[in-house]
Design a binder for this molecule. Sequence first.
Ligand code: XMP
Length: 592
Amino acid sequence: MTSEAGPPPQVVVLDTGGQYCHLITRKIRELGVYSEIRNSDTPAGALNGVRAIVISGGPASVYEEGSPQVDPAIFSLGAAVLGICYGQQLMAQHLGGDVRPGDHGEYGLAWLETNSDAPLFRGIAGRQQIWMSHRDTVAVLPEGFELLGSTETCPVASIGDRARRLYGVQFHPEVVHTERGRQLLSNFLFDIADCEQDWSPRDQAARIEDEIRRTAGDRNVFFFVSGGVDSTVAFTLCLRALGPRRVRGLYVDTGLMREGETEFVRGVFESLAAGVVAVEHAEERFLNALAGETDPEIKRHAIGEMFVTVQEDLLESGHYLEGNWILGQGTIYPDTIESGGSAKADLIKTHHNRVAGIQKLIEQNRIIEPLHLLYKDEVREVGAELGLHAELLARHPFPGPGLAIRCLCAAEAGRLELLEDGWLVPVRSVGVQGDSRTYRPVLLVEDPPSTPGLQMRATKLINSISGINRVVARAGAHSPVAAMSVHPAAITAARLERLRRADGLVRRMCHESGFEQKVWQFPVILIPLGTPERPDTVVLRPIDSVDGMTAQSVVMPENLLSEMTAALLGIEGVNAVLYDLTHKPPGTIEWE
Ligand code: XMP
């Protein structure tokens, strides 16, 4: 089998639509083995010669009509097979076992018990923390298979047939919260499938530059730069591949950026000797595009389309580039999958680099995305290889649509409802549960955010209260919760400014205290919850993650939180400060 860009893959990951599919691939590459993704129903004949096949997790149920399938012949190709989550269920079903719905969903941390001496658990048997995200479970093992491990909720957490080298795990070894997941994958690749190491991101710059020259041909490349890691690395690669005369960057000030961002971007590109990157002021246009919109997907589309409109206007004006141009983007793998770009993933959020205008350019072959095969940490490694500044490479990710997706809106007024475990707040946010998108209200508990065990309780509450996907704790407020309500709100310059101030304040305090190094990202969100005098509430969402695909809410030192809360409550219009306790899944990192 051949590959478009990298070496021939020794491992193919069959995509059954899981949010984790690319993550599996990345983990395999991190172990030094090049791996690519294929549709789940790829015929076995097209997989001849691969050493290992991994079947990913996915949102469907194997017994549902139309659910993603694999070619049963893959199990007799002679390649080693690892089925993960849905992949384990699919394997069990195809080989004569049985899959049934579980009594409870199991989302988040769990404990695996295994004493197996099977090669999959070589050196890692014993009780261990794992990450689960499922409802269905294997109820009857196929012939030839043995049970390798269980959890309290899931009796069949791992199975295997040593002779045929077929293995399954109900949990996700690819996510960082499965503490011995890396070793399990390594056992599978090297001990079971006989793979060899053949991949390192640091060696990719030269290959990518060749690919850029091939794709661009005699055309020039135009970038919208943002000052983020991805677009800067992609820009730098194009600059090296094509030279400064053929690459142009433009920074659009959308009015949705953070404090001090325009100056930062200017500094970065001046240091790249790329000439001064032009700045286009488009604040009014973006505000108008968002006026009155409250739905997250509509907001995302409005911003994405406005990006394209502004871009088309600029390019057509001929002001920046002459001749034949294509658009460069810093798109990386997770952007593609989270927009439903991989064959079967459920659409969680539309990313700004996959809106209609961009799709048209893709169809016309006028897009170049040098990082399309790489994950964030691989991009950082390439960036380091290119000599980019450590401060830039260490920046927390910031979403393309900017503060707009952190400035929540509400179409109508709503009252808080007191439940047994806390207040149900009718502000909806996006979540991802069992690989599907949810859009649900949030539960507010009145305990201080630093209460021991509170995050664990939050996970349990989300699993047991079916109508929610997120839990927040109250860090401080001007009014009692009972006096607050949700009021209709959209994006306005005043609310954006309120959020920008809150975000700037949090960023400064995190930098000065060193807390910024303890988190992977720290979104600050504004929600229309308050009183007529002080209508908005700030939500703090510090998380730890490896690549944004999964994340854990991080507890902040108490004194930092109380100082930060006091400072935030001093901002005009801010009524309360809340602390998001939700992991991903079931919440997403951003609220929209
Ligand atoms: P979620 O909210 O899906 O976020 O858990 C995962 C990561 O993706 C970032 N994100 C975006 N980045 N354009 C981007 O460039 C977007 O539209 C977008 N939406 C979310 C988010 O900040 C987090 O790091």
